[in-house]
Design a protein around this ligand. Structure first.
Ligand code: LMR
Length: 401
């Protein structure tokens, strides 16, 4: 059976993670995989998570199954976190939520639902998009196409080209949108652009599938949810995949949720029954631990307050690093303008150097970023910022284009 299988190249992000771990150089800098790091370079367990986890372990009396849709309290708390407690779609009972193994599980489950409802649907993803969107969504059997998004000269969004492409889509086409902190570019839609996009999506009768993996790490929990809240209030149907990996630091616990906004409570119930059937056929029941922790945090006022402070601290550190790295690059690489990094949001920026220059950074200076020049800003530290800027200056001068 398996003797004819050929080895595949590792996923670009995970391959880089392994290469970084294997590099013995003491100066190595990890700007690869998208995990938050503190000033010491660690990805610590959040204090709010530790407290909720201890309480959970002390009170947990069984490990029996929860349910294919997961922890009902978690699902409800997540819907409120994403949409805001008094959101009109919640009041109208049009939201149904399913716990999933991470944002990845939620994306795959959403794709499977679309495939079950309309197998010929095409999902349109931004150029570029997160490398794993392709296997996750296309793995369900749906076809993927791209729409223009990132504008390298400005480091922003090519909004006119994006809307011109979406304007040509047939009714029922799915548009994958990043809620905030676009991965891999850091270039987000403004509130005015979300509003304009809403009118287009309505007019063309498109289905938005929103990926929300970084709520709170851009401009704030509410500001980062502007697009999803607007779309879910104004449109008959929306899918929103949410990850707790980054804002709760629960990476390995695989904690996420899928939220479906249906046209009516009845339609939403029918869709939920399909989601539960699909989940049962893929992973049967989602892992409980991370979701129980998140529920513990969100349902306890003091723990929630502590978590909000921790998210704000992560966000402030990233925003500060963006300004500091721009300054360092201005000093060491005056020939090139990296000012756009300061205006982008979230953990990532596409710094716009060539794949050969990325390779030179890795091979000569032990600075790791993905070949498309995505850098995880949170991997920088006060003590390696200058080293990074010097390395960048050297490869800009020396490495072949
Ligand atoms: C990333 O983009 O680096 C993260 O979302 C981790 C991953 O699984 O790719």
């Amino acid at each position: 059976m398996f003797e004819r299988l050929e080895a595949v190249v590792p996923d670009p992000i995970l391959g880089l993670m392994a290469a970084f771990r294997a590099d013995p150089d003491p100066h190595k800098v990890d700007l690869g995989v998208g995990v938050y790091r503190d000033e010491r370079g660690d990805t610590p367990v959040l204090a709010s998570v530790r407290q909720a986890e201890s309480a959970l372990i002390a009170r947990q009396s069984t490990k029996t199954y929860v349910a294919p849709a997961g922890n009902a309290g978690f699902n409800q708390a997540m819907a409120q976190l994403v949409l805001g407690a008094a959101h009109p779609a919640l009041t109208a009972d049009r939201v149904r939520s399913v716990q999933a193994p991470g944002g990845c599980g939620a994306l795959r489950l959403g794709a499977e639902l679309i495939r079950a409802a309309a197998p010929d649907t095409v999902v349109h993803v931004s150029t570029p998009t997160w490398a794993n969107h392709t296997p996750l969504l296309a793995g369900s059997g749906l076809r993927l196409e791209s729409y223009p998004y990132f504008d390298p000269p400005t480091g922003g969004v090519q909004f006119d080209a994006m809307t011109a492409a979406l304007e040509r889509l047939p009714a029922g086409a799915v548009v994958l949108l990043h809620a905030a902190c676009h991965n891999p570019t850091g270039a987000d839609l403004s509130q005015a652009q979300w509003r304009e996009l809403l009118a287009l999506v309505k007019r063309r009768r498109l289905l938005p599938f929103i990926d929300m993996a970084y709520q709170g790490l851009g401009d704030g929990l509410d500001a980062d949810a502007f697009g999803p809240r607007l779309f879910c209030a104004e449109l008959p149907e929306v899918l929103c995949a949410v990850s707790c990996s980054k804002n709760f630091g629960l990476y390995r616990e695989r904690t996420g949720s899928l939220h479906l906004i249906g046209e009516s409570p009845r339609a939403a119930d029918a869709a939920l029954s399909q989601l539960v059937r699909l989940a049962r056929g893929i992973w049967s029941m989602p892992p409980d631990h991370g979701a129980a922790i998140v529920h513990g945090i969100l349902s306890d006022e003091s723990l929630r307050g502590r978590w909000l402070e921790e998210v704000a601290a992560m966000r402030r550190r990233i925003q500060g690093l963006r300004l500091e790295v721009v300054q360092q690059l201005r000093d060491y690489c005056p020939q090139r303008d990296f000012g756009f990094i300061g205006g982008q949001r979230g953990m990532f920026s596409f710094c716009g150097i060539t794949a050969a220059q990325v390779r030179a950074l890795r091979e000569r200076h032990h600075v790791y970023m993905t070949d498309d020049s995505r850098m995880n800003i949170a991997g920088l530290r006060r003590e390696n910022l200058e080293y990074f800027a010097r390395a960048m200056a050297q490869v800009l001068v020396a490495a072949p284009k």
